[in-house]
Ligand binder design. Structure first.
Ligand code: AMP
Length: 124
């Protein structure tokens, strides 16, 4: 069964043009914009334009065209944002254990500095 999508989430509002964003890249099915609270010199979010809650919801329901577009948009955005040469990290928080705050699929791109190890062993 499809996960319930809450269309009042902040990224749905950005997609509807109800609130602004600092756009980095846009394709037919995807949008990339600067994170409002950056945790690294490069911190960009890439989202599908379709209403998907998280990565497994996207894997269940997105079309092959949306999937191909999204993967390419993430890689292209890393280059456009200037993160590709020095190296970068992709991260997607999905659900409660990952502390997902905005219930619309998004991949964070972090870069512009050395990012340290990927995760603390025991959480925080
Ligand atoms: P998470 O759901 O925990 O992966 O993180 C959601 C991210 O969305 C956080 O890094 C927020 O800073 C970011 N965020 C929340 N509202 C906005 C907004 N209006 N524009 C850009 N980024 C946002």
């Amino acid at each position: 069964m499809a996960k319930a999508y809450d269309s009042s989430n902040v990224f749905a509002k950005i997609l509807r043009g109800e609130i602004p964003c600092k756009k980095v890249h846009e394709t037919t099915y995807s949008l990339a914009f600067a994170d409002i609270n950056p945790l690294a010199p490069v911190h960009v979010l890439v989202i599908p334009k379709g209403a998907y809650v998280d990565f497994d919801d996207f894997a269940d329901r997105a079309s092959p065209e949306e999937m191909a577009d999204y993967v390419k948009a993430i890689g292209d955005t890393a280059k456009i944002a200037g993160a590709a040469d020095g190296g970068y990290r992709l991260l997607s928080n999905c659900g409660v254990n990952a502390n997902q705050e905005v219930p619309h699929l998004h991949v964070h791109i972090f870069g512009g500095r050395h990012l340290g190890r990927m995760l603390k062993k025991d959480g925080d």
